[in-house]
Structure formats: C-alpha cells, structure tokens
Design a protein around this ligand. Sequence first.
Ligand code: HEC
Ligand code: HEC
Length: 298
Amino acid sequence: MRILRRSVRLLALVAALVIGLAVLAYLDTGRRLAAEWRVEPEPLALPAPDPELLARGAHVARIRGCRECHGDDLGGGVVIEDWVVGRVVAPNLTAGRGGVGPLGVSDLLRAIRHGVGRDGRTLLVMPSFEYYHLSDADLAALIVWIRGRPPVDRDPGERALALPIRLLLALQRDTDFLAAEKVDHDAPRRPAPEPGPTAAYGAYLALSCEGCHGADFAGGPIPGRPPDWPPAADLTPSGRLAAWDLEDFRRTLRTGTTPEGRVLPPEYMPWPAFAAMTDEETEALWRFLHTLSADGRS
Ligand code: HEC
Ligand code: HEC
C-alpha cells in the first residue's frame, strides 16, 4: 500500500513537472513569437526590369533557396510538417488568391534581410541571418523578379507549432528557427565580390552553407534542429571532400549523390537549390573550400 501511495505521489509530481514545463514553454515561445521587431531596412534603389536583371533575380531565388520553400512559382507551400515541429508554412508571395502580395519593397527587404514580417513579428525558419549579407545588386534583382511574378491562386494554410519544438525553443536559444532572433541587425554587411570563379566569390556563395555546416565549415550537429537530424558533413580538408575533385563536388551538388555513392536527403541537405549553380559558381565554392585548413579556419 505504502509503495503504491508513493508511486502515485511520484507520478503526480512528474505530471505536474511536465505540465509546468509545457506551460512555461508556451509562455516563452508565445512571447517570442508575438514580440514586435522595429527594424528600418536600409533603402535600396531598384533598377528598371530588363531580361538580364530578371534572369539574375530568378537565379538568385533558386540558388538561395527561396523557390525551394516558397514554391517555384512563389505560390507558397508547407515547409515542415511533423510531430516535433508541427506545421510551418511558407506564404504565397504573389498577389493571387491566398497570397500576401503584392509586397512593398520595404516589406521584402525587412523579411529577407531581417527575418521580420509585415506585421513586425519574427518569421520562422527563413535563413535571414544569411540573406542579411546578400549584395545590394543580388537583392535588387531578386526583389524586382519577385514583384514581377504573376499571381498564383493557392492558399498554403496556417502554421501551427507543436509542443516538442516549443520545448526545444525554450531550452535552446541559439537557433535559426525564429529568424529575427538569429539576425545581427546592426552588423556590418560582408563584402560582396564581383561574380567569378574565385575563392572570394565562393565565400559569398558559401553564406548559404554556413547555417548548417558551421562558420568553420567543419560540420557537426546543426543548432536548433531536432535530435533526429543527421549532423552536417565536414567540408574542410579533414572531411571526405579531401579525396574529391571539382567534378565530384559538382556532381554531388547536382545529383545529391556523393562519389562514395551516398544519397543526400534533400530535406536535410538542400542540394536541389544548389543544383542550379553554374559551373563558375561551383568552381568558386570549390576554390573557397580549399582555402580552409583542416581545422576549418581560413
Ligand atoms: C527554409 C525555408 C525558407 C526559405 C529558404 C525562404 N523562406 Fe521566406 N518564409 C518562409 C516561411 C516559413 C515564412 C513564414 C513564416 C511564418 O509563419 O512566420 C516565410 C516568409 C517570407 C516572407 C514574409 C511575408 C510576410 O508575411 O510578411 C517573405 C517576403 C519571404 N519569406 C521571402 C523569401 C525570399 C525572397 C527568400 C529567398 C531569398 C525566402 N523567403 C527564403 C520560409 C522560407
Ligand atoms: C539545411 C542545412 C544544410 C545546408 C544549408 C547545406 N547543407 Fe550540406 N549537408 C547538410 C547535411 C545535414 C549533410 C549530411 C547529410 C547526410 O549525411 O546524410 C550535408 C552534406 C553535404 C555534403 C556531402 C559531404 C560528404 O562528406 O558526404 C556536401 C558536399 C555538402 N553538404 C555541401 C554543401 C554546400 C556546398 C552547401 C552550401 C552551398 C551546403 N552543403 C548547404 C546540411 C546542409
């Protein structure tokens, strides 16, 4: 009897602890999701749309992942739907039914560079901490292209965050899940070198790899990702890439299969976005990765 009473008491204690944690996680994430971000993006002059500029914008939207999440036609889509995260939805950016467009230039700048939506709240999972460093030229081409997209009638639905991600967010602050929290809103912008097959331009392209492979490109567990995610690979000379040549690297980014025959799952390693990189771009990345030393420092 006494043992029974004691285990009931223990169970009640555990239940109270779990409920308490859940309440705290809901309060904490609720506050962070509702927080208002007052950022005034730096103004950006937009050139007149010509075919070359539009082609550049379409390309940037592809290799920087916008079209992976928001759909090729920017009509929006579900980005994550599972029991850990719940449901994360990339909005329809066009002026069609179910869309949030047409978006003003400052709305777009605020979202892309700062991770802040039209309502002043943080966006979810958008890697704005990388986009903050996009060059003015790339950003201008991207914005002109987005604003010129035809309306798409599609409603990708509402977001809904599940309890496990709320607990993870409450416990782990260093995450890119809440986009505006991860951006350093006053940081100096990194240099944006002239496009070309150079290591310097590769460093600029490699902005799109840092969030997962780490600032030192040495890989490891990705901050803020659920524990069932594979760690990012080591892209420095101490990793498998040491035995690859440029063609191996290109083929991996374009097919998602490594020279060793490993298949990279696109939901963890977004190679379909990088598959559209030109020969010049993959060469620039390759050259940049070769400036890293084995411990990942340039
Ligand atoms: C990893 C997926 C992902 C990528 C990559 C991504 N987005 Fe998003 N984006 C989202 C999600 C998710 C939201 C909405 C989040 C929310 O519910 O707050 C969003 C919101 C936005 C908004 C906000 C609209 C508003 O409501 O104010 C804009 C604009 C936008 N994205 C543009 C872009 C552009 C341009 C790019 C590429 C440079 C891009 N996104 C890349 C997932 C992504
Ligand atoms: C959203 C996270 C994410 C981003 C962004 C990302 N990667 Fe990855 N990458 C991964 C993960 C995770 C793996 C390991 C996958 C596995 O082991 O199944 C990986 C594996 C790789 C591999 C295979 C390496 C090997 O040893 O087999 C290469 C090459 C690679 N990434 C290059 C890049 C490059 C170049 C970029 C930027 C242009 C990039 N990745 C951006 C998550 C990412």
